[in-house]
Design a protein around this ligand. Sequence first.
Ligand code: XIL
Length: 360
Amino acid sequence: MVSRRNFLAAAGAAAALTAGGKALGACGGADGLRAVACAGGRRFGAAASTPVLGREPALADLYARECSALTPEWELKWAQIQKTPGQFHFAAIDRLAAFARRHDMILRGHTLLWHLDMPDWLIADLGRDTWARLIERHIHAVCGRYRQDFFCWDVVNEAVQTEDGRSDGLRDSPWLRAAGPAYVETAFLLAAEAAPGVRLVYNDFGLAGSSQWVRGRQTAVLRLLERLRGRDVPVHALGMQAHLRVGDEYDQRVMADFLREVEAMGVRPVISELDVTTDRVEGAAAKDAAAARLARHVLDVVLGETACDTVVTWGLADPQSWIRRRRPEARPLPFDDNLRPKPLYEAIRAALAAAPPLPA
Ligand code: XIL
């Protein structure tokens, strides 16, 4: 509670709070997660992909019932949307946006700059004199097209990689090699210009936890946010991907301390890609129970201690999960292979129901 007050009082927080904070996505009549989240002033959503929704009507219905927010799983990634220089392919994301509109959902924009899914031409063209122009063209074209549909943008994704050995913890990516650290700030400024009033998010993995590796990443992200906020760069939210793994360390106090520091900068934490890996647990029932316990443990801190208003899972049902491609036995998502809710579903539901309501 204290941290929530700090957050609301933090200098500059008011502007950050309202940016993109209004549009909740309709609550939905049924008692799905979207309704439970909405009752507390939050939204629940999941990543979705256009072809899967198109060919699986039962799954599409499940999205409509459960989600007030959708994240495109791949449709906005650079290699999909700008396969060739300056030519934009909007057909797939247009279909997803139409689905979202039909079901009163809002979209999370994922993602404008990432070191993966970059087309070869882009990697070849990125240089000291070209990077700013390339980023500007992309952000203006993509953000500019979808002003009403997107309530936030993951402007920069996964810019931190402490293993790369830089003192600022930034990833040695093609963006960094061309531009130095300035690309992060430039991307946020351009996004603010192209999508005024929309919430701008820095998104990364390895933040919801407490291992030494996670703590190193938390420190690097805090430094990055400090640098950006110190220069008045509009970064409104921190997307914690929350790809959790049973058996890793999740000390609630360490997580709460980190979140408090994030909020003290006027940056709102959100959960952007939740799923749970249970490779260290044997048997489907035990995996499901462990995944539910861990998700509840983490959500209780994030929802209980912060103004987090968005929980998004990375897919809704197990067969869709990106983790399944590597681990066929994985059960990382709220619904099973037959679209039946699992203990993880109940855990998310209970955490949303127990969380203190957010101010309207
Ligand atoms: C993954 C998608 O799920 C895959 O379909 C795609 O091939 C690669 O990307 N962090 C992110 C997401 O920010 O964009 C990633 O999504 C998963 C990890």
